[in-house]
Design a protein around this ligand. Structure first.
Ligand SMILES: [Zn+2]
Length: 88
């Protein structure tokens, strides 16, 4: 079913149903298809901002592995949060 609340995921370009998340008592529309894409984008941004180091290079290589896994799934919810969810 096509609805007006479907959007394109900012990370992988898949179509997804927009949900709203509460941040500081305001509702924001989600921009990605699921927790995995959100976590991936957040981690990649944090990594890119970090100073260059062997650990950073290794972590970036891990991220391309995650990117491949995320791109191979058929449903957005096939993979949940990458980094442990609420309890961090
Ligand atoms: Zn996505």
């Amino acid at each position: 079913m096509q609805t007006t609340t479907d959007d394109i995921c900012a990370r992988d370009g898949c179509r997804f149903h927009v949900e709203h998340v509460l941040i500081d008592n305001r509702l924001y529309p989600t921009t990605m298809c699921g927790d995995a894409c959100r976590d991936f984008a957040w981690a990649l941004e944090a990594l890119r901002a970090a100073p260059d180091s062997p650990e950073k290079a290794e972590a970036l290589a891990d991220m391309s592995m995650y990117a491949r896994i995320l791109s191979e799934r058929t449903e957005p919810m096939d993979i949940g949060a990458l980094f442990g969810g609420d309890d961090g």
